[in-house]
Design a protein around this ligand. Structure first.
Ligand code: ADP
Ligand code: ZN
Ligand code: MG
Length: 495
C-alpha cells in the first residue's frame, strides 16, 4: 500500500499552508421534464420499480430515440442562467461501456459539441465575491439504478430499477477555479439556488436529482502549474463534499511531503470512515470509444428560440437580493434569508404590500413565521397565515393598535386557526388600551403599594424600574403599550 502519512498523522498548519488546493466540480442535475429524454415514459421519482419503462429506455434492439424538446429547453434555461453561450449546433454522441444499469451498452451524451460553454457564476464568501468559470453544460441520459440493499437476497443479488434510465440530465462542469473546500461548498449552493430559481430541477441531493463529483489537486503556493488531480465520487450531501475535500487535500499534502507522488485516480468518499478510498486508477480508465450518435439529428437551436428562453428567465437570486435591499430597505442578511427561494421572497413582497415596513415584515417572518413553519414541518407554500394576513397584522402592530407582545399571541392563533388578525383582536378584546389615564391610574396604584421599591429606585437602583413596568403591564393585562407604560412610570417616579 502507498505511504499515506496524512492518514495517520495530523499535518502541522504551517506545512498545510505551503500548498494551494485547486478544485473543479462536475455536477449532474436531473431535469424536471414530465417525460424522459428519448421516450415517452414518465420521468418521476419514487414510483414502483420498473414501472416507467418501454423498449426505448430498456435499450431493446430496433428502437429509436426521439429527443424531448422540453429537456433541451430546460438545459438552455440552466445554461443561460449561468451565463453560458448556448450554441446553435450541438450533437449527441455514444459513450460506450458495459454496465447492467446501461442496457444499450452505451450512454447517449454530448461530447465534443456540447449544448453550451463558457459561463460563470459568482460566489460570496465572508463578504468577498469571486467568479467561478463554467466550462460547459451538456445534455445526456441518466443510467438506471442498481439496488444493492433492502432485499431478502441482498447478500448474493443486486436488483436494477430501470425507471431512472433515460431521465434527462444536464452535466455542468466548472473550471478548476476553486481554492478551498468552502469555495466549493459555496459554488454548489449558489449553483443549486440558480437551478431552483429557474425551476429546471428540484436539486434534491438525497433523491439523487443533484449529484456532484469533485476534482482536486494541490500545488506549492506561487506555482502556476496544476498538480495531479484526483476525482472524488459518492458525495451525496453538501457536508460530505466539504469533508471529502478537506480529507483529500490533507492526504495529497501528506503524500507530497513524504516524497511520494499523487496518482491520477477516481476515489470514493466513505462517510462511515470519514475518508476516501481508491476506486480505479487512470491507467485502468475506460476508453469510451465516443462517436456521433447516428440515430439522432444534430441539435439546432435558432436565435429566436434562444432569445425566447432568455426572456422567460425569472429574476435570479443575486438580482433579487439587490432589489429587495433597495426597494424594501432591508439588510443584506435579511435579503439573503428571504431570497433563499422564490416562494419565500414572493411571500415577503406580498406581505409588504400592506404598507408595513419591510424591516418589520422581515422580522416577523424570521422570528415568528419561519420558526412555526419549521416546527410544523411545513413549506412556505403551505403556511396557514397568508402573506396578506401577516402584512395586516404587522401593520396593526406598527400603528399601535396592538402591542407587539399581543401581536405574537394573535399570530399564534392565526397560525393555528387560519383566522385573520382583526377578527381575533375584536373577538378577544385585545386592542390596545391607549387610554393613558387608565395606564396612569394603574401605575399610581402599583407605585403606592410599594414604598420600599420607590426608596430603592430613588437610591439609584434602576433594576426596580423594570419591576414597576412589569406590574403595570400585568395590571393592564398586557394590553398597554410598553413604551407608554415606561414613560408613565418614569414620569411618576421622578415627580
Ligand atoms: P478529465 O479529462 O479527467 O475529465 P477535465 O479536464 O475534463 O478532466 O476536467 C474535469 C474536471 O476537473 C473539471 O471540473 C476541471 O475543472 C477539473 N480539473 C481539471 N484539472 C484539475 C486539476 N489539476 N485540479 C483540480 N481540478 C481539476
Ligand atoms: Zn421509456
Ligand atoms: Mg472531462
Amino acid at each position: 500500500m502507498a505511504k499515506t502519512v496524512s492518514e495517520t498523522t495530523a499535518i502541522p498548519p504551517e506545512v498545510l499552508a505551503k500548498y494551494e488546493p485547486v478544485i473543479g466540480l462536475e455536477v449532474h442535475v436531473q431535469l424536471l421534464t414530465k417525460s424522459k429524454i428519448f421516450c415517452g415514459c414518465a420521468n418521476r421519482f419514487g414510483d414502483a420499480p420498473n414501472s416507467n419503462v418501454c423498449p426505448v429506455c430498456l435499450g431493446l434492439p430496433g428502437t429509436l430515440p426521439v429527443l424531448n424538446r422540453r429537456a433541451v429547453e430546460m438545459a438552455m434555461r440552466a445554461s443561460l442562467a449561468i451565463n453560458c453561450t448556448v450554441h446553435e449546433h450541438s450533437r449527441f454522441a455514444r459513450k460506450n461501456y458495459f454496465y447492467p444499469d446501461l442496457p444499450k451498452g452505451y450512454q447517449i451524451t454530448q461530447y465534443e459539441l456540447p449544448l453550451a460553454t463558457g459561463g460563470w457564476i459568482e460566489i460570496e464568501l465572508a463578504g468577498e465575491r469571486k467568479r467561478i468559470g463554467i466550462t460547459r453544460l451538456h445534455l445526456e441520459e441518466d443510467a438506471a439504478k442498481n439496488l444493492h440493499e433492502g432485499f431478502a437476497e441482498s447478500g448474493t443479488k443486486a436488483y436494477i430499477d430501470y425507471n431512472r434510465g433515460g431521465t434527462p440530465l444536464s452535466e455542468i462542469v466548472s473550471e478548476p477555479d476553486m481554492r478551498t473546500p468552502s469555495e466549493a461548498y459555496a459554488y454548489l449552493t449558489t449553483l443549486r439556488q440558480i437551478l431552483l430559481y429557474t425551476e429546471v430541477s428540484d436539486c434534491n441531493m438525497e433523491e439523487g436529482s443533484l449529484r456532484c463529483d469533485a476534482n482536486v489537486s494541490v500545488r506549492p503556493r506561487g506555482s502556476d502549474a496544476f498538480g495531479t488531480k484526483v476525482e472524488v465520487k459518492n458525495l451525496n450531501s453538501f457536508r460530505y463534499l466539504q469533508k471529502a475535500l478537506e480529507f483529500e487535500i490533507e492526504r495529497h499534502i501528506g503524500v507530497l511531503e513524504s516524497g511520494g507522488k499523487i496518482i491520477q485516480e477516481t476515489r470514493l468518499w466513505n462517510q462511515g470512515d470519514g475518508r476516501t478510498v481508491s476506486m480505479r486508477s487512470k491507467e485502468k480508465a475506460h476508453d469510451y470509444r465516443y462517436f456521433p450518435e447516428p440515430d439522432l439529428l444534430p441539435v439546432h437551436i435558432s436565435a429566436e428560440w434562444r432569445e425566447e428562453v432568455q426572456r422567460s428567465l425569472p429574476e435570479l437570486p443575486e438580482a433579487k437580493r439587490a432589489r429587495l435591499m433597495s426597494e424594501h430597505k432591508i439588510t443584506a442578511y435579511d435579503a439573503e434569508v428571504l431570497a433563499t427561494g422564490t416562494a419565500l421572497a414572493n411571500y415577503f413582497e406580498t406581505a409588504s404590500k400592506s404598507g408595513a415596513s419591510g424591516k418589520n415584515v422581515a422580522n416577523w417572518m424570521q422570528t415568528e413565521l419561519l420558526r412555526r413553519l419549521n416546527d410544523s414541518g411545513k413549506q412556505i407554500e403551505e403556511s396557514p397565515v397568508s402573506a396578506a394576513a401577516l402584512g395586516e397584522l404587522v401593520k396593526l402592530v406598527e400603528s399601535g393598535h396592538i402591542t407587539s407582545a399581543i401581536g405574537k399571541k394573535v399570530f399564534a392563533t392565526m397560525f393555528e386557526t387560519g383566522r385573520g388578525a382583526a377578527d381575533i383582536i375584536a373577538a378577544e378584546g385585545l386592542a390596545q388600551t391607549v387610554d393613558i389615564a387608565a395606564i396612569e391610574q394603574a401605575a399610581r396604584e402599583v407605585i403606592e403599594k410599594s414604598p420600599e421599591n420607590v426608596a430603592k429606585f430613588k437610591g439609584g437602583n434602576e433594576g426596580v424600574f423594570k419591576f414597576f413596568v412589569g406590574q403595570v403591564m400585568k395590571a393592564t393585562k398586557g394590553q398597554a403599550n410598553p413604551q407608554v407604560v415606561n414613560d408613565v412610570v418614569r414620569k411618576i417616579l421622578s415627580a
